[in-house]
Design a protein around this ligand. Structure first.
Ligand SMILES: Cc1ncc(COP(=O)(O)O)c(C=O)c1O
Length: 380
């Protein structure tokens, strides 16, 4: 018999190998019931009473995610935003939070508004600098350091282990939006993170047909129990069908991410040679300012996300996006189809994104086809 632990890719492909004990089915059934029978003696001995608190369809994706992240427990949510905001809402009133200047724009805006309403105090810092993080945390006052790496849509990198050390020294938790790396490339809990969040809408599901989010914890502690209660009481729950689709997507996570990484690396190198491109933002390029940190904490590739800055400014960038035939002009990321987006158009005022930037989500198509389509679009 084998005596080594199974590789995460094996766990994902078989979704932990669970089968239905009643029928022997290798795929567990979707359970739509909202409510559960109370025993005649007034107990809920089977552990469930109402599907806003829990759903048997969450068990397998949560257990798989916990295994892939190397955590203690996971929760799936109705969206990535529901998962992320549950963490902030579960902090004590007035808590000090350190968050990134460069991050998923809707969450940055939500944190600023939540702080503006007086619930928390938030400082936004350059998370690619450990010195900047250290200068921003206030020992005994800071409760949470939130990072995102690689960070949307400039793909700057935060040193996860370094940030965890700074947060812990100050008595704060380190939470990370690890959507872009996915557990395939980075396992933040092994690097010291306390909570890992995903927009499961992206790589975990991978097929642009489910909005979902997740949290994974390093420890099942008091803060985690607050998050468990927060999901149930806020009602930000995933539907049964969506939980099923999420798990189905997760089974091919490793194949999709490995393919996207290989193609993105080749694509980035081709764009770096293109005379219409002013800059390529991709942590896999040796010229990226945090390439060495990325190489240390990302295993097997640098992700499927990159951005290019188009010579000629905003108008040239928008015109390039208008000319693609294979790439799809759409927001979101992490699906099997490649997407291009003029990011400043969606982020609006106050965004740190330059107006000549196109954000690219590399999918599973042939690399040469994707390169040829973008090169033709850039050439005009
Ligand atoms: C990095 C990142 N975090 C969080 C989110 C929010 O996730 P959702 O759209 O599932 O709420 C997104 C969505 O684009 C994202 O890209």
């Amino acid at each position: 018999m084998r005596n080594q632990p199974l590789d995460p890719a094996t766990l994902a492909a078989q979704a932990l190998g669970w089968t239905d004990p009643t029928t022997g089915a290798v795929i567990l059934p979707i359970q739509p019931s909202t409510t559960y029978i109370r025993e005649p003696d007034n107990q809920y001995r089977r552990g469930r009473n109402y599907a806003r608190a829990d759903n048997p369809g969450y068990d397998q994706p949560q257990a798989l995610l916990t295994a892939l992240e190397g955590g203690a427990a996971s929760l799936v949510f109705a969206s990535g935003m529901a998962a992320a905001t549950a963490v902030f809402r579960s902090l004590p009133a007035g808590a000090h939070v350190v968050a990134p200047r460069v991050m998923y724009h809707s969450l940055r805006r939500w944190i600023a508004a939540y702080a503006g309403d007086g619930h928390i105090v938030a400082d936004f810092v350059d998370m690619s600098s450990l010195d900047a993080i250290a200068a921003a945390v206030a020992p005994g006052r800071t409760r949470l350091v939130w990072i995102e790496t690689p960070a949307n849509p400039l793909w700057s990198i935060t040193d996860i282990a370094g940030a965890a050390e700074i947060a812990h020294r100050a008595g704060a938790l380190l939470a990370i939006d690890s959507t872009i790396a996915s557990p395939v490339l980075t396992r933040p809990i092994e690097l010291g993170a306390d909570i890992v969040m995903h927009s499961a809408t992206k790589y975990l599901n991978g097929h642009s047909d489910v909005i979902a989010g997740s949290l994974t914890t390093a420890r099942d502690d008091e803060f985690w129990q607050r998050l468990v209660a927060a999901r149930s009481s806020s009602g930000a729950i995933l539907g049964s069908l969506e939980a099923y689709l999420l798990l189905r997507g997760m089974r091919t996570l490793y194949l999709r991410v490995e393919r996207a990484c290989r193609t993105a690396q080749r694509f980035a190198e081709a764009m770096a040679e293109n005379s219409h491109v002013a800059a390529v933002l991709y942590p896999g390029l040796p010229g990226h300012p945090n390439h060495d940190v990325a190489a240390r904490q990302m295993q097997g590739g640098f992700g499927g996300m990159l951005s290019i800055r188009v010579k000629g400014g905003e108008a040239a960038a928008i015109a390039t996006a208008a000319r693609v035939e294979l790439w799809k002009r759409a927001t979101s990321l992490g699906g099997v189809e490649s997407l291009v987006e003029h990011r400043a158009s969606i982020e609006g005022a106050g965004s740190p994104v330059p107006p000549d930037l196109l954000r690219l989500s590399v999918g599973c198509e042939d690399a040469d086809d994707l390169i040829a389509d973008m090169q033709a679009a850039l050439a005009g």
